[in-house]
Write a protein that binds this ligand. Structure first.
Ligand SMILES: [Zn+2]
Length: 73
């Protein structure tokens, strides 16, 4: 089951918040994410990035990785 698709599930919301509490730094730019509202939590990979540009970069990197798994992102 793809739990990332269940955004309206309060358990998923709680999980995303606890991941953010553990990893309040963006894995893309290395900066601190000021609030949960500014964070884009990738639940399945336990990676946290800024909403907006960093999330776009993360999605692009995931797409490249999915197409060519031998490349480390
Ligand atoms: Zn960032």
């Amino acid at each position: 089951m793809d739990i990332a698709a269940r955004h309206d599930d309060p358990g998923v919301e709680e999980l995303a918040r606890s991941i953010y509490a553990l990893f309040p730094r963006c894995v893309r730019c290395g900066g601190t994410i000021a609030s949960y509202e500014d964070a884009d939590v990738r639940i399945l990979s336990h990676r946290v990035v800024h909403r907006g540009r960093c999330a776009d970069d993360e999605r692009a990197a995931e797409a490249v990785h999915a197409a060519r798994p031998e490349i480390e992102s």
